[in-house]
Structures are given as structure tokens and as C-alpha cells.
Design a protein around this ligand. Structure first.
Ligand code: ZN
Length: 247
């Protein structure tokens, strides 16, 4: 079965729509690694779409803060103000849906999904030393994670951790990656709604693990339209600007 792997959508409907359009008919099931809301202008619209897709979804830190499940005290002032704005926007049904999202790790069809690290959904996995625990304790050869908004990941083979980077070009839209036996993988599809690896394009992955293949995608979307909606909603200027830089 082919899975569309989405993460860190962050209430960016335009980026989500562009990604779904590009990935059309290439997948059979959707999974979402959390942070459906936070930062972006379309929390209800994005939740409605994820619910309509029947995506297997786990929660992220922004889903906890945006739904009021946790206060946003550990967020920076900019992120906190959007968490509070998101709470005001959410319909009661969508708030309820966010509150009830399961905590990763969750097993899906032979692979695992987590938001941050396997032991702690809020922990960032940026470097090999941070990836090691999740790789050693993985119950499946492939784990997908999010939270860092960086497309790439880590492999563990013969006691050695290696870092993966992908650079999908604009013509093909995706980079092919082959899964090998005897290796453990921690793979990040990147962020749909707020990429932070210097590439402004929306990021996601399509996994066909029965055929040991993962595609890492990048898709352009209309950033200006999203920035205008953020401006109208009164969201903080730094969040509007960073979409232009992918940082
Ligand atoms: Zn995020």
C-alpha cells in the first residue's frame, strides 16, 4: 500500500491543497505526523480536509497548545499568540478532534509514526546523537517523524548513524529513496505549511514500503496568497515573512 506522509501542515491550506494536487492518485492512505494547526491562517479548513481524507493522525505540540489541551507557556511569544488566536477560531467539533488525537508512537501498516522523538513527542531530532535513541528503540525498520520541519532523516546500520538530505528538483518534484534490509530509518517528510530548510516549497513523502521505496517531494505553492490571509487575520509579521525564506 502506498502512503501519503504529511507533517507540520500548520494551518496552511494553500500549501496542503498544492501538495494533494501534486500527489493525486499516487497514494491509497494518508498519515499525518502532527502540528495540523499553529502559525497559519486556516486551522478549521485544514482540519476539515485532514478529517475528510480519513488520515491516521497523531498530535503535535501545536495541536496541544492550539486546542487548549496544554497552555502555551513554553512557546515563544509569537507562537503563543497564534496558539491563542487558533483557540478562538476553532469550531467546537474541530477542537474536540484535536484534543482527542493520539500520542505517537503509533504503528501504521508495518511502520511507525511519531511527532518528535520516540520517547518524547515534544523533543526535536536535529542531530545523529538525538536520533540514536529513537533508532535503537524502533519497533519497525522505518519510523516517520516531524517537528523539525527539515526534510531528510537518519539511518542506523552496523552501529553507525548517518544523516540523509534530499534535494528534489522542480521538474520531477521528488527524489527517490530506496529502503535496504539490515538498516533502521528515521525519516522526516518535511513540513507542508512552514518549511525551515531554506527551501520554500511544501514538503511531504509518499511511501511504498512493500516495494522498499520512499519518494521525498517538494511542491511550489502560492505563498503570497497565504501571507495575505495571515495579514488579514492579524497574525504576527515574523511568521508571515519567514514563509518567503523557508526558515
Ligand atoms: Zn511544527
Amino acid at each position: 500500500m502506498r502512503h501519503l506522509i504529511l507533517s507540520d501542515i500548520h494551518a496552511n491550506l494553500t500549501a496542503l491543497d498544492a501538495s494533494l494536487e501534486a500527489a493525486k492518485r499516487r497514494w491509497e492512505k494518508v498519515v499525518c505526523l502532527g502540528d495540523v494547526v499553529g502559525y497559519g491562517p486556516d486551522p478549521n479548513e485544514v482540519i476539515d480536509k485532514i478529517r475528510a481524507l480519513d488520515a491516521v493522525t497523531i498530535r503535535g505540540n501545536h495541536d496541544k497548545a492550539g486546542s487548549g489541551l496544554e497552555d502555551a507557556d513554553d512557546f515563544n511569544p509569537v507562537a503563543r499568540s497564534v496558539a491563542l488566536w487558533t483557540r478562538e477560531q476553532l469550531s467546537p467539533g474541530n477542537r474536540e478532534w484535536l484534543v482527542n488525537l493520539p500520542v505517537g508512537p503509533v504503528a501504521v501498516d508495518g511502520f511507525t509514526i511519531v511527532h518528535g522523538a520516540s520517547r518524547d513527542e515534544d523533543e526535536y531530532v536535529f542531530a545523529p546523537a538525538q536520533a540514536l535513541d529513537s533508532l535503537l528503540e524502533a519497533s519497525t525498520p522505518v519510523t516517520f517523524f516531524g517537528h523539525t520541519h527539515l526534510q531528510g532523516g537518519f539511518t542506523l546500520r552496523d552501529d553507525k548513524v548517518e544523516v540523509l538530505h534530499f534535494k528534489p528538483n522542480d521538474e520531477t518534484h521528488f527524489a527517490n529513496f530506496a529502503i535496504e534490509a539490515g538498516t533502521t530509518y528515521l525519516l522526516n517528510p518535511g513540513s507542508i505549511g512552514q518549511p525551515r530548510d531554506g527551501d520554500t516549497r511544501a514538503a511531504f513523502a509518499i511511501a511504498d514500503l512493500e516495494n522498499n521505496a520512499v519518494e521525498f517531494w517538494r511542491v511550489k505553492y502560492d505563498i503570497e496568497t497565504v501571507q495575505k490571509r495571515m495579514g488579514h487575520a492579524g497574525l504576527p509579521e515574523p511568521l508571515i515573512l519567514r514563509l518567503s525564506f523557508g526558515r
